[in-house]
Design a protein around this ligand. Structure first.
Ligand SMILES: Nc1nc2c(ncn2[C@@H]2O[C@H](COP(=O)(O)OP(=O)(O)OP(=O)(O)O)[C@@H](O)[C@H]2O)c(=O)[nH]1
Ligand SMILES: [Mg+2]
Length: 433
């Protein structure tokens, strides 16, 4: 991959659309722009209506063209945007023409890679951008946008600066006379390291919430056979997705749907009923149910009035007694009586679900959004800070571990990086980003 190549890609979505945005990035595109708009005089960042013609002078399309001179562009290079009609044939013809001008199609994430190399975005911002492009719900959009706009980078940068300073002081204690250093510097850097350790540890506790917002909150409907799990599932889904029958052991495979509740993505799954069985396939289904319970953020534990003996399956459980239409006594506290048959109590179940979702997600607005990469680097930073704290007065070791912690944060930002990390981060982006 050559950074001085002029590259292009379709930045708008694929498929039939009114307008297609084709982005071009290169070192000096002013002349190319002149050719496109057939005018030698133009202003940057202004839309020009033009007849885009190929090298033979044949009209490709009527389109808009905008020129963003470096460094004021997404990539930090010169960028041209062509807004053509969205027909696949128009896009193809434009691409063919651009190739004749010596340009090449960008690889996935190549525009963002240029933005990174030109210091327009750091890796934490790029993680946010990737999350934003995949956002399906409002909460995902808000969290991703905040990361992309540098909220997370700001926190990482502050931590890193502090670690570098602490490490430098620790090294100075070894090299300088204490009289030449600020008073009680040893205690001060210990206290500051301890504070950082706790801040990072708290941020890491938010990982599960970040995961739940990014990938969806896992809600599993669980209980014995025939209690009405699939019926409740269908009710919440608003369609007959799962098979319902009066034969115990109807559901074998996990059936899942996505729901949007208050802007949060919910992965709701219906599972095989729990019971002792000799049936091989049903046993596999029950194993899958156990996996779902393990991965669930919320379990809706379903009973019937006859089977209502509670044994807790998960910390975050909503207990439901279904088939409430078959009984007149509804006196068990802290449970929700529902009837998937009549719809009774279903609004209370939905409200309880909403409340649990908010218990998980509320207060996370200003917290770091973590993914697997940032989590593992933060963990190593936290562990290094702990090693430093355990080193007590041994400032040689103290300096080394706080420096390593600062390196781990540097890797999150991409200040310190390997090509493997870059390849992984950018390849999650699509063409044209
Ligand atoms: N009276 C009444 N019947 C219900 C209610 N909910 C479900 N049923 C009936 O109970 C039977 C079992 O319902 P399912 O939804 O298949 O139960 P399940 O828990 O998914 O069962 P398995 O998949 O076998 O574990 C069906 O005949 C449903 O019509 C309810 O609220 N009231
Ligand atoms: Mg079922």
């Amino acid at each position: 991959m050559n950074n001085s190549d002029t590259i292009f890609a379709l930045s708008s979505g694929h498929g039939k659309s009114g307008v297609a945005v084709i982005r071009i990035s290169g070192d000096s595109l002013a002349n190319t722009f002149t050719t496109f708009i057939n005018k030698s005089d133009f202003a940057p960042r202004r839309a020009y209506f033009c007849n885009l013609r190929d090298s033979m002078g044949e009209l490709i399309d009527q389109c808009l063209a905008i020129y963003f001179p470096a460094p004021h562009s997404f990539t930090g290079t010169d960028v041209i945007e062509l807004h053509t009609h969205g027909a696949p044939a128009t896009i193809n013809a434009t691409f063919e023409y651009l190739k004749t001008l010596g340009m090449r199609l960008a690889t996935p994430g190549e525009f963002s890679r240029r933005a990174f190399y030109n210091n327009k975005m750091d890796l934490a911002d790029i993680d946010g951008l990737a999350a934003l492009l995949g956002a399906q719900t409002d909460a995902q959009r808000k969290h991703a946008l905040r990361s992309m706009l540098g909220h997370d980078s700001e926190i990482y940068r502050t931590w890193r600066e502090q670690m570098v300073e602490i490490s430098a002081y620790a090294a100075a204690i070894l090299d300088y006379n204490t009289d030449d250093l600020p008073q009680n510097i040893g205690e001060t850097i210990h206290a500051r390291t301890e504070k950082l350790y706790h801040e990072i540890d708290t941020a890491l506790q938010n990982y599960n919430t970040s995961r739940a917002i990014r990938g969806g909150i896992n809600v599993a409907l669980v209980g014995e056979t025939n209690v009405g799990k699939s019926s409740i599932f269908n009710y919440l889904a608003g369609s007959n997705r799962a098979i319902v029958s009066d034969i115990a052991g109807t559901t074998r495979d996990v059936v899942s749907i996505n729901l949007d509740i208050d802007g949060f993505l919910i992965n709701l799954s219906d599972t095989a009923g729990l019971r002792d069985t000799n049936d091989t396939i049903e046993s596999i289904g029950i194993e899958r149910t156990k996996c779902e319970i393990e991965n669930a953020d919320i379990v809706i534990h379903v009973y019937t009035p006859e089977s209502a003996t509670h044994n807790k399956l998960c910390d975050n459980e909503i207990v439901v007694i279904n088939k409430s239409d078959t009984t007149t006594t509804q006196n068990i506290p802290n449970v929700i009586y529902t009837s998937a048959k009549t719809g009774d109590g279903m609004n209370i179940l939905t409200r309880a679900l909403r409340q649990k979702i908010h218990e998980i997600t509320d207060g996370t607005e200003d917290k770091l959004t973590l993914n697997a990469r940032t989590k593992s680097l933060l963990e190593s930073a936290r562990d290094d800070l702990l090693h430093a704290l355990n080193a007590n007065e041994n400032y040689d070791i103290f300096a080394e571990h706080t420096r390593r912690a600062s390196d781990a944060i540097g890797k999150i930002l991409g200040t310190i990086t390997t090509s493997e990390v870059l390849d992984k981060t950018f390849s999650q982006l699509c063409l044209g980003k």
